[in-house]
Design a protein around this ligand. Structure first.
Ligand code: CA
Length: 426
């Protein structure tokens, strides 16, 4: 099923209680004001009965409730949200230990098979539902959805404010601070009254990767050009800063992108996009480019005003509707002699405002494929937006923004206000 799986961190009282003091210190400075979203991409999706392969690291089960969206939901209020709910299912947000909430936890949360979801049922009242985790038939945890900060309706309202949800999409409502360690050979069952059980067996064997059946995964890189990191007053990262964008954010060439009202700063980012051509797992950097189908171009807009120091940059900054124009034409790999020697440029109303070269990438295309494929399977159609050089500027409604990558393509886009966008939908 082609569904997007959104999840929210820090939504259980025991979690915010546990981290309370740390959240007033660096790098957080202040507790989160909006939900801390993350995505469980298609390589994580499994069903009840599927076997899940354990990595070498200690792995934890995170039994939770998933709300399933019933129809297209855009800017839905919490009061109306129940009309957009098809039902609920049990889910397991399988994860490694999380030691920080500062950066998206891709390595901990996006490994193959780390998101089994059970069968849906139509439940009316989930305000105090007990979510029970059994390991090998023994109850290890029971918690109540009454302990969550935000309920399903409030989460649908918060997410659909910037990301349009489609029928079949799900939101995992969160887990307690205490997670349940799982070992090879364990059978884990998540239960709740009125919902079909979710049972998965955990194995230390490497399993053949399943056929992908969800939306392609769109990875993006923060601070991957040394000059841009300096511009933002950051040191270049020692490990790739990878996050995932959901498909709601994508739009095409010659499209419009919405600048929300009452903002200080929204900027473009010209980026080279790598399109994966064949299944990649544990690929070495010397072999990595053989797994590339080709390249394209995107404009990875960001709304700086919405940055908070949680899973930074969060989905509210980076996965908004219309804010990732992507050229749908793929330039075959063989026509690009050296992907690490391409010019990138941005023009705003015809004036060049950004200019750089892929020579300045901190982590090369080949390195990124090696890095990601070490802990998750990359599948044909998955994309990596590889970051942007320096030269960012605020853009306003009416601006025409063109981004181009030498030999790969050119993408034109226009900024509109919220009002102009709403009128264009009529
Ligand atoms: Ca970017």
């Amino acid at each position: 099923m082609k569904r997007s799986v959104f999840a929210v961190a820090l939504n259980h009282r025991s979690q915010t209680e546990h981290w309370k003091e740390a959240f007033h210190q660096s790098p957080y400075k202040t507790p989160p004001k909006t939900p801390v979203w993350f995505i469980k991409p298609r390589n994580t999706h499994r069903q009840t009965g599927d076997i899940i392969s354990l990595p070498e690291q200690q792995t934890f089960s995170g039994g939770t409730l998933a709300v399933v969206i019933g129809k297209t939901a855009r800017k839905v209020s919490a009061v109306d949200a129940e009309h957009y709910i098809a039902g609920y299912a049990l889910a397991n947000d399988v994860s490694l230990a999380e030691e920080s909430f500062y950066r998206p936890a891709i390595k901990a949360k996006c490994r193959d098979g780390f998101c089994p979801i059970g069968q849906m049922a139509a439940l009316k009242d989930v305000s105090a539902l007990n979510i029970v985790t059994e390991v090998n038939g023994v109850v290890k945890q029971s918690w109540s959805t009454a302990e969550l900060h935000r309920n399903a309706a409030e989460l649908i309202a918060a997410l659909s404010d910037f990301a349009t949800l489609q029928a079949g999409d799900v939101i995992l409502l969160g887990t307690p601070q205490q997670r349940i360690a799982v070992l090879a050979g364990d059978s884990v069952t998540i239960k709740a009254q009125g919902l079909p059980d979710l049972t998965n067996h955990f194995s230390d064997k490497v399993l053949p990767q399943m056929q992908p059946d969800g939306h392609p995964t769109l990875f993006a890189l923060g601070l991957n050009y040394a000059d841009h990191a300096t511009e933002l007053d950051f040191k270049a990262p020692e490990e790739p800063l990878v996050f995932i964008k959901a498909p709601n954010t994508l739009t095409g060439d010659k499209s419009v992108s919405v600048r929300p009202d009452n903002l200080e700063y929204m900027h473009y980012e010209a980026e080279l996009v790598v399109v994966i051509g064949k299944t990649a797992r544990n690929v070495s950097r010397t072999d990595a480019l053989n797994y590339v189908e080709g390249y394209t171009v995107c404009n990875d807009y960001a709304v700086r005003d919405y940055l908070e120091n949680y899973y930074r940059p969060n989905l509210r900054v980076k996965s908004r509707d219309t804010l990732t124009p992507l050229l749908d034409r793929i330039t075959p790999r063989d026509t690009i002699p050296d992907v690490q020697n391409l010019q990138l440029k941005t023009f705003v109303n015809g004036e060049m405002t950004q200019s750089g070269t892929t020579q300045d990438m901190v982590f090369s295309v080949a390195f990124l494929i090696e890095y990601l494929s070490e802990f998750m399977t990359l599948q044909p159609g998955d994309m990596i937006a590889t970051g942007t050089p320096k030269g960012l500027a605020d853009v306003k409604p009416g601006d025409e923004v063109v981004v181009e990558v030498e030999g790969v393509g050119r993408l034109t886009n226009r900024i509109v206000s919220e009002k102009q966008f709403e009128e264009s939908l009529k």
